[in-house]
Design a protein around this ligand. Sequence first.
Ligand code: ADP
Length: 305
Amino acid sequence: MTTLGTAIRIAGAVKRYGGVTAVDHLDLDVPEGVCLGLLGPNGAGKSTTMRLLTAQSVADEGEISVLGLSLPKRSKQARALMGVVPQMDNLDEELTARQNLEVFAHIYRVPRHARRGAVARALALAQLEDRADTRADRLSGGMRRRLLIARGLVHSPRLVLLDEPTVGLDPQVRQELWALVARLRDEGVTTLMSTHYIEEAERLADECALMSRGRVVARGGPEELIKEYAGAEVHEHRGSAERLAEIEALARGEGFPTRRTGPTVSILKAEQLTEPVRARLDTPSVRRPANLEDVFVVLTGEAVE
Ligand code: ADP
């Protein structure tokens, strides 16, 4: 049996910008072969973490290594081995899809004899074979995103960093990209994906690290986290402000986590409510399955979106 190693190791990393601590004693290990979703609201420190891993930023404290290479000292070697997909689309507008890939095959030092094959593979992955000779500025938003991802994979990296891969895209394009990320995961490529879309993490990640204020506050498989912190079922109660306050106090008094969303109070782990408590909660309510956002709110008091 082969023992899988650790693709990313972050221990006690701190990154400050003036008075703001963007990453605050962060510990994060990503085993090889895992798709890890780094989930958190805006400002949680996800992008800063990504920048530390590409050595675009240097940590003030702590140890960071990527594929066994210590950063920032060996960042050049590390960057050559990993694929990086930026949040911002920085394709070369004047080049065709194929040429954009060729440039990166060159930058990533794919050997000359292997370049044509590498570019063809990337075009296939992005499902852009029939648009290979179209200039980037003539591609649709979804096609550009697929090309951007494929560009980061042209050298068949063992590790891929995806920074908010679907931010700002419409739902249909998002679905297409999810299929692309799922394919990567199925191929066993180690992936670290930052996102503030709960559904993205729930669907794609083998494991999620919930990030808040520069730290990881919980980590585990999405289902595991939901079960542990939010249970199976959530009951959303509506009513007057006074009634909602009563429901909240009652549920909390019985040890149930709750959250407020606009005009509702939600009771988590509601499948564990006993009959007498249910009777006292007698107010119109809607039942829904618990999700990762519930976990996030319970742990941090913040909403992700
Ligand atoms: P996320 O990607 O989760 O939205 P960021 O890593 O972008 O979070 O930001 C974390 C915190 O660090 C925020 O408070 C942000 O304003 C701050 N920050 C990030 N980059 C910089 C920078 N270059 N200069 C100053 N503050 C920054």
